[in-house]
Design a protein around this ligand. Structure first.
Ligand code: ADP
Ligand code: MG
Length: 294
């Protein structure tokens, strides 16, 4: 599953971290969170301290030694991380020189395929910028695409731009790449107090997406500055954050936390609600995946 947007800061990384963590927690045999962003924000969101900054992905993609990308431990059962980082810039330059997004998408797929045995789910976080070869290749490398968007007009324009880019990429004789399925669009950072805005946004999006028959998920992720910023800083998912906020026996991954975690009064009081939102999105994504894959 590829998570991409047409505009930056719309929740790709946060959503990837939360969906991957939830999938692993509910017992998918093997979940791999793949970071194709040179900025490697996903490592931060998952609380991963040391990683190879995309070096093993670069080597695997360029076929040096044919090793698969390194699976970094995330401290959670069944959940692994393939690192992004500045080495991916080199991958980008080589791909520009050697061919283009289809070539690069092929390298990425071939690199990741050996990691996916049997019941494995890969969640791929992507970099920003439409027209960027790495972002385009990332779009092509997956099987399903999930698009988070905020509710403002610029973000919505980004969704349309992304859907168009995808149609462009699938244009012409590239039959072998015409396989990615747009699983849907999910509203991100929704202000629950402003329900009229959500309603209006849904109408606008339904109208636009209806043409390309892309689904708009019923569930969404609420805006929550404190819980979300805390969780990202601590390198934990919303569900994990909500759990630490009330647990007395600290979980094994507690040591990955930042400094203020001991002070329970400082935890956001809507942590449960935020976690429940991600649960709902994950459940709807699962259902949609099952439908789409027949
Ligand atoms: N539920 C939320 N409500 C409000 N802001 C959020 C929420 N989740 C994440 N954010 C913030 O939104 C910003 C963009 O999120 P991010 O996941 O990095 O997006 P992208 O990967 O698309 O650039 C981050 O600064 C993050 O802290
Ligand atoms: Mg990001």
């Amino acid at each position: 599953m590829v998570i991409a947007t047409g505009k930056g800061g719309c929740g790709k990384t946060t959503l990837t971290a939360n969906l991957a963590t939830l999938a692993a927690a509910r017992g998918v045999d093997r979940v791999i969170a793949v970071d194709l962003d040179p900025q490697a924000n996903l490592a931060t969101a998952l609380g991963i301290k040391g990683h190879d900054r995309g070096l093993s992905m670069l080597s695997a993609a360029l076929g040096e030694g044919r090793a698969a990308p390194k699976l970094h431990d995330t401290g959670r059962d069944n959940l692994w991380y393939v690192a992004g980082g500045w080495h991916l810039r080199r991958l980008r330059s080589v791909a520009i020189y050697k061919g283009g997004p289809y070539t690069l998408a092929g390298w990425i797929r071939d690199s990741l395929r050996p990691l996916a045995d049997g019941r494995t789910m890969l969640f791929i976080d992507t970099p920003q910028a439409s027209g960027d070869i790495l972002a385009s290749a990332a779009l092509l490398a997956g099987e399903s695409l999930l698009i988070p968007t905020k509710l403002d007009a610029f973000s919505l324009a980004g969704v349309s731009a992304l859907v168009e880019e995808l149609l462009d990429l699938h244009d012409g004789d590239r039959e072998e790449w015409a396989v990615i399925n747009i699983l849907g669009v999910v509203l991100f950072a929704v202000n629950r107090q402003a329900s009229a805005i959500e309603r209006r946004t849904r109408e606008t999006l339904q109208h636009e997406l209806g043409v390309s028959r892309v689904r708009l998920l019923d569930s969404s992720v609420m805006a929550s500055d404190k819980a979300q910023i805390d969780a990202i800083m601590a390198g934990v998912s919303a569900a994990e954050y909500a759990l630490i906020a009330k647990t007395t026996t600290l979980p094994p991954w507690y040591e990955t936390l930042g400094t203020n975690a001991d002070d329970r009064r400082s935890f956001a009081n809507n942590a449960d609600a935020l976690a429940a939102d991600y649960e709902a999105v994950a459940a709807e994504v699962d259902k949609a995946l099952a439908e789409d894959l027949g």
